[in-house]
Write a protein that binds this ligand. Structure first.
Ligand code: NAP
Length: 297
């Protein structure tokens, strides 16, 4: 299907704006904020349908999902690098149907149902069509609908990288010794995949989450679960007294001094949201920061 020169509907914004996370507090802040202002950030527009380059596929999108990355970019936390220019169409996790392929594409043809990552730097997911590189596009099983899989790509890749490359867990369970892993924010997007991957690797998993999600995280396979608002949860202390060989740190605002007493002699912390203090600790201690961009390829 030749889409050259045709237009599509998309949602974009033209500048750094108010914190999109404010949506989460909408009920609480209704008295103080004019939410019309926040909604005004977005424009519904018609723009040209992108053309796939040699190694790209053009997708007709059925679903897109937003990550913390998207609101951080919109809020200006990554300025002046991101977004590279305005206007910007956010969202990089997408699911849809292939409608056109670049001349170098060998694995996909029109009609294939896929899940993919749009280049996170350029965005483009909140639109009717988007292009993705062939090597970060995968076929999706026909029984899985677009809305069921679209949350997977970036959180799944981040969890996979943290568990396998950074923590060294072998997913077939062939690791030499049982590894003790702590996963913070285990009820969140990255954390809930990290728990399941860690259990595939036959590790012992301690997890932290809010009280409302303790049963959920246990059902995902965690061996022990701590409410982060309790004293033991805040101190990251294992109920069985074990020390952690690796911490997959998916929460924020926990200082190194809280991790250190809970680590085994060779234990390390994998921080997926490193702030300035984490980067200093990284230089001095056993801290690994991710994600690295090569993981998305
Ligand atoms: N999403 C991605 O693809 C991605 C990739 C790389 C890095 N990151 C970064 O990783 C972090 C987590 O992302 P996410 O997408 O997994 O977040 P998310 O889905 O928004 O989940 C955040 C979770 O944090 C939990 N939480 C809040 N305070 C906590 C604390 N003190 N201790 C333990 N848990 C706490 C909450 O648990 P309850 O609801 O149970 O209270 C919530 O489930 C973000 O900073 C994000 O920027 C995300």
């Amino acid at each position: 299907m030749d889409m050259a020169g045709k237009l599509m509907k998309a949602v974009q914004y033209n500048g750094y704006g108010k914190d999109l996370m404010a949506y989460r507090f909408r009920g609480y802040f209704d008295h103080f904020l004019d939410f019309g202002d926040i909604l005004d950030i977005f424009e519904h527009v018609e723009v040209p349908i992108p053309t796939p380059k040699n190694d790209e596929v053009l997708l007709k999108l059925e679903a897109a999902s937003l990550n913390p990355f998207d609101w951080k970019v919109q809020k200006g936390m990554l300025r002046p690098f991101l977004p590279p220019k305005f206007p910007h169409i956010p969202a990089s996790n997408v699911a849809g149907e292939v409608v056109e392929v670049g001349p170098g594409v060998t694995n996909f043809k029109a009609g294939d149902k896929v899940v993919a990552v749009v280049n996170p730097m350029n965005g483009g997911g909140l639109a009717e069509f988007a292009v993705t590189k062939e090597n970060i596009t995968v076929a999706r099983p026909s029984k899985l609908s677009a809305d069921k899989v679209v949350g997977l790509p970036i959180v799944g890749l981040t969890a996979h990288q943290a568990i396998t490359q950074s923590a060294g867990v072998k997913l077939d369970g062939s690791g030499k010794k049982k590894t003790n892993i702590l996963i913070t924010a285990a009820s969140g997007g990255v954390g809930h995949y990290a728990v399941q991957l860690a259990k595939l690797g036959n590790t012992h998993v301690t997890a932290t989450c809010g009280a409302r999600n303790i049963e959920l995280v246990k059902n995902l396979g965690a061996d022990e679960v701590l409410d982060y608002k309790t004293p033991d949860g805040a101190a990251l202390r294992s109920p069985s007294g074990i020390k952690y060989d690796a911490v997959i740190h998916c929460a924020t605002g926990i200082p190194w001094s809280t991790f250190e007493p809970n680590l085994s002699p060779n234990g390390k912390v994998v921080d997926i949201t490193p702030g300035p203090s984490a980067l200093v600790t990284f230089a001095l201690k056993k801290l690994i920061v991710i994600p690295k961009s090569e993981n998305l390829r």
